[in-house]
Write a protein that binds this ligand. Structure first.
Ligand code: TGC
Ligand code: FAD
Length: 392
């Protein structure tokens, strides 16, 4: 793969809106991605292997629980810092950002928000340091966009719960030490359970043959009469609203992360267009290529503004789920379109692993589907503005 020469575009001087802390956090993440991710990520993706050696670095840049308080091992940062870290990591690879998103928003967040003090102390510091890795089981084979229909369930057996069912498409599952699993109790109410590796009847088979997020490990969670100690139930919230709150946090991170993938594609295409000559001129001198590049920087700038404003709203505790849906949907589609246009600017070279663009493009096909599909987020906006539910 080519050396990582990435330079981040900032067409509207958005750095002026960031604090010194934001910039420091971003620089640390950016430098780490250049040093430790870019040199190894293409090979990991080609081999379809999660590069476990980066776990320590992810923890060191604060990517595991950026906004979880320091007393639990988190970085104690604000939401914009969280977004910037996700942006920089996804600039390297969406699969690596997935690992960080899941660990932070889908595992540490529910334990912090809905867990007991004992659960927080037992799991959060180890998750923050990367000693423990986690995963989040909501999706089932027959219930993806409609998680409320889940059939995974547990029964109260007196001194423990008995868990049965299956989850699929679970990021980090193959190596996770702990799974935050959403299942129905005997009254049909959705609850969160902490399922630990080694519990009898619990297995995590790997999902193979993905053409997308190849550097992220995906798997199933199978529960065959798993005995769950009662202290592993998340006590402080039940109902579908609990996992949806986690998704709000992860979708916010994706809205930022997708900008990173888009910036990387744009930066690569811009450099290539200035260097590659055809008909005795750099291809960047042709109007058709300039149109592509000009539209890309316009869309990136709009996405950056959306993410920044959403970050300020989240810092104030005012961002609605629908606002988060709009940003996730817009920014991921923006990144996918930019990946496709950038790929064309590189001609045949664009399909090779010499450049990151094709990998970003394939990754973004998952990003536009997980954490709520493109259609689902549109319906969330539709319901918000009309008051009418078009899901059911
Ligand atoms: P609905 O009836 O609308 O809501 C059920 C209950 O939840 C409440 N609620 C929320 N609470 C907190 N935060 C939110 N964002 C909430 N949204 C809704 C709601 O008030 C209600 O509460 P109550 O007390 O009345 O019961 O639910 P619905 O069944 O109609 O579904 C709505 C819908 C379709 C929007 C939702 O289910 C949805 O978002 N579906 C998409 C599923 C999804 O995003 N799955 C993601 C799986 S995880 C993943 O993909 C990880 S990828 C990780 C990576 O690698 O990065
Ligand atoms: P379906 O829900 O079957 O949807 C199929 C199509 O129908 C989509 O186009 C959808 O938009 C459309 N559709 C569905 N309902 C409606 C409707 N009401 N109106 C109009 N159109 C509709 N899940 C987890 O729980 N944890 C994870 O860690 C996780 N990681 C993932 C990693 C990867 C690589 C992938 C691909 C998925 C992951 N997921 C995870 C699952 C992901 O969240 C689901 O794939 C996603 O929510 C969509 O569910 P589905 O694939 O079952 O599609």
């Amino acid at each position: 793969m080519k050396p990582d020469l990435f330079e981040a575009p900032d067409y509207y001087n958005l750095d002026d809106l960031l604090t010194e802390e934001h910039k420091l956090v971003r620089t640390a993440a950016r430098d780490w991605v250049k040093r430790d991710v870019s040199p190894i990520i293409e090979e990991a993706a080609q081999k379809a292997e999660f590069p476990k050696e980066i776990i320590k670095g992810l923890a060191e840049i604060g990517a595991f629980g950026p906004y979880i308080p320091e007393e639990y091992g988190g970085a104690g940062l604000d939401q914009i810092s969280y977004g910037l870290i996700m942006q920089e990591i996804e600039r390297g690879d969406s699969g690596v950002r997935s690992t960080a998103s899941v660990q932070s928003s889908l595992v540490m967040y529910p334990i912090y928000k809905f867990g007991s003090e004992t659960q927080r102390k037992k799991f959060l510091p180890k998750l923050a340091s990367g000693e423990f890795m986690g995963c989040f089981g909501l999706t089932e084979p027959d219930h993806g966009s409609n998680p409320g229909g889940m059939v995974t369930n547990f029964k109260d057996k007196g001194n423990h719960y008995l868990l049965n069912g299956a989850k699929m498409w679970i990021s980090n599952a193959p190596f996770a030490d702990v799974a935050v699993v959403w299942a129905k109790d005997e009254s049909g109410r959705i609850q969160g359970l902490l399922v630990e590796r080694g519990m009898e009847g619990f297995s995590t088979p790997t999902t193979h043959n993905k053409w997308s997020l190849r550097a992220s490990a995906t798997g199933e969670l199978i529960f065959d009469n798993v005995k769950i100690p009662k202290e592993n139930l998340l006590p402080n919230k039940s109902g579908l609203g609990a996992p949806l709150m986690c998704l709000d946090s992860a979708r916010f991170g994706i809205a930022w992360g997708a900008i990173g993938a888009a910036m990387d594609c744009y930066d690569t295409a811009l450099r290539y267009a200035k260097e590659r000559e055809q008909f005795d001129k750099p291809i960047g001198a042709f109007q058709l290529q300039q149109k592509k590049l000009a539209e890309m920087i316009t869309e990136i700038t709009k996405a950056q503004l959306l993410a920044w404003r959403l970050g300020t709203l989240r810092n104030e505790g005012k961002a609605t789920s629908s606002q988060i849906s709009m940003a996730k949907r817009n920014n991921v589609e923006m990144a996918l379109k930019i990946a496709r246009e950038s790929r064309q600017i590189l001609g045949g070279m664009g399909i090779t692993g010499e450049y990151s663009i094709m990998r970003h493009m394939m990754n973004l096909e998952s990003v536009i589907t997980y954490e709520g599909t493109h259609d689902i987020h549109l319906l969330i906006t539709g319901m918000d503005i009309t008051g009418l539910n078009a899901f059911k």
